[in-house]
Design a binder for this molecule. Structure first.
Ligand SMILES: [Cu+2]
Length: 509
């Protein structure tokens, strides 16, 4: 049975409504929403753009300095605002003391500047890619993609957001004043040990399910968070940067108004009660703060498994009684108010919900000249327990999981795609639910988990949910080149699965 299909129980929902969780140390304190530092590159830049990956310490809001990684920051990176047509001369310095990379997730850029596992940055070294921005307005992100180390490096903080604007988005009747009516939210689930320090321990369960944390963190602060806003429309650009957790989003009052997905604007605003975001996905929503004094973005997510009686004892020892009760009580899911928006009387951005956002024609399957099939293999018979024990918090040598029976091999090209061709990629999996990501493109989803995708997932995407042996199908075209020394990746975005080898390589030429 797929645990991710459990419905949130009434008890959980009422706890969230009370603004409380019975959970662990700290999710009862309302903290100000941290505004991630924004670097506006649209205005131009005089020299190369420095991104320094460094080891640091960060207080998630519980008064404890945890060991973290950051990018120009103690935890996470900046929000980079860029414009279509620019070429960005980055200078990425690796000071974390181990090999890393920086991948531009969502960008249509050639393989040699994509920042995947082949563009390794040795400790102390600098990587200087010139990154061309050719695509439309969209919310993208950047994160470590060092093979076998991605899960832990992203967990510790190597991730940032890249917002592309274009002529249309800059003139659109949408909120766009950063930190005033336009907020970027990076959602993550974390585990803190009894001392309050950020914890990441690899176990068989973590390799199998991916890392699930019990504490929701927003922009590096333990939720719930609070932001005071003006009377008007408020835009939330949301990234699920969890290692493995699918997040279900809803509003305390009214539906979600979704205006954009991974690759850009939807055709028009889509209203929905629940938005399911896989790790790696981005969505933008509008909240109308003219009608309510308070609204809340609610997030439900899955709690880690406890692993039998030993796990219960361990849980009790490390995080105490309330944490244990919460788990028993919730049977796997927790819901929390990630962000409370509180209205003040000052007038804010005044416009109606947009009806015409982008021209999106229906995806045309007949354009496809090639169909490829991918089966994700979670169960290959690998000894995950031994791998976890030997892994030193890295996911071993990347040979425990596979796609089409083959684990990721840096020296093997799995597929060769002709540049400019339109293809259908069909993805299935032997068990569990996985988010599948393809580098170097945006695609359209034809079917997701055997069904038509929800309206909010019918625009441009670079992630698709895959569940069971029913197909998910996407229509995709690659317009940039990726040669065999710098191929693109396709992979599961549960980072532990990716590190375990559920990844393949392809060229575009
Ligand atoms: Cu997976």
């Amino acid at each position: 049975m797929n645990r991710r299909k459990f419905v949130v129980g009434a008890a959980t929902a009422s706890a969230a409504l009370a603004g409380l969780t019975p959970f662990g140390m700290a999710q009862t304190v309302l903290r100000p929403l941290p505004i991630l530092p924004m670097t506006d590159l649209i205005k131009g830049f005089e020299s190369r753009i420095s991104l320094n990956l460094s080891a640091s310490t960060h207080d998630f809001g519980n008064g404890v300095n945890s060991n973290t990684f950051g990018i120009n920051n103690s935890y996470l990176g900046p929000v980079l605002k860029v414009r279509q047509g620019q070429t960005l001369p980055f200078e990425v310095l690796n000071e974390i003391g181990e090999v890393s990379t920086l991948h531009w997730h969502g960008l249509h850029v050639p393989g040699d500047v994509d920042g995947g596992p082949h563009q390794q940055i040795e400790p102390g070294a600098i990587w200087s890619p010139d990154v061309p921005i050719s695509q439309k307005a969209s919310m993208n992100w950047f994160h470590s993609h060092a093979h076998g180390k991605t899960a832990q490096q992203v967990y510790k903080g190597l991730a940032g957001v890249l917002l592309i604007e274009d002529d249309e988005s800059l003139s659109a009747d949408l909120p766009k004043t950063y930190g005033v009516d336009d907020f970027t939210l990076v959602l993550q689930d974390k585990t803190f040990d009894k001392s309050g320090s950020l914890n990441y321990t690899l176990t068989e369960t973590v390799l199998d399910d991916g890392f699930l944390g019990e504490t929701l963190v927003v922009n590096g602060a333990i939720a719930p968070t609070l932001q005071v806003v003006q009377t008007g429309l408020v835009r939330l650009r949301i990234l699920n940067a969890c290692n493995a957790n699918f997040l279900n989003l809803s509003m305390a009052t009214g539906p979600l108004n979704i205006i954009a997905s991974d690759g850009g604007f939807l055709a028009s605003t889509v209203q929905t009660d629940i938005l399911t975001m896989a790790p790696g996905e981005r969505y933008e929503i509008l909240v109308d703060m003219r009608r309510v004094d308070i609204n809340q973005l609610l997030v439900s997510y899955e709690l880690p498994e406890i692993d039998g009686i030993g796990g219960y004892l361990r849980e009790f020892n490390t995080r105490g009684f309330s944490s244990l009760i919460a788990k028993l009580w919730n049977e796997g899911d927790l819901e929390i108010a990630a962000l409370t928006l509180k209205r003040q009387d000052e007038p804010g951005f005044n416009a109606s919900m947009p009806e015409n956002l982008a021209n999106l024609s229906a995806p045309d399957k007949t354009e496809a000249s090639v169909t490829r099939s991918f089966e994700l293999n979670q169960y290959t018979g690998a000894d995950l327990e031994a791998l976890a024990a030997a892994g030193d918090n890295y996911c071993g040598n990347g040979s425990a999981m596979a796609i089409n029976g083959k684990s990721m091999d840096m020296d093997r090209i799995d597929e060769n795609v002709r540049k400019g061709d339109t293809e259908i990629w069909r993805i299935s999996v032997d068990d569990w639910r996985h988010p599948f990501h393809i580098h170097g493109c945006s695609f359209r989803i034809l079917t997701q988990e055997g069904k038509q995708p929800p309206a909010y997932a019918q625009g441009w995407k670079d992630m698709v949910h895959v569940d069971g042996e029913v197909w998910s199908e996407v229509l995709v075209r690659f317009d940039c080149e990726a040669l065999k020394d710098a191929p693109y990746m396709y992979h599961c975005h549960i980072l532990e699965h990716e590190d375990c080898g559920m990844m393949g390589q392809f060229t575009v030429a």
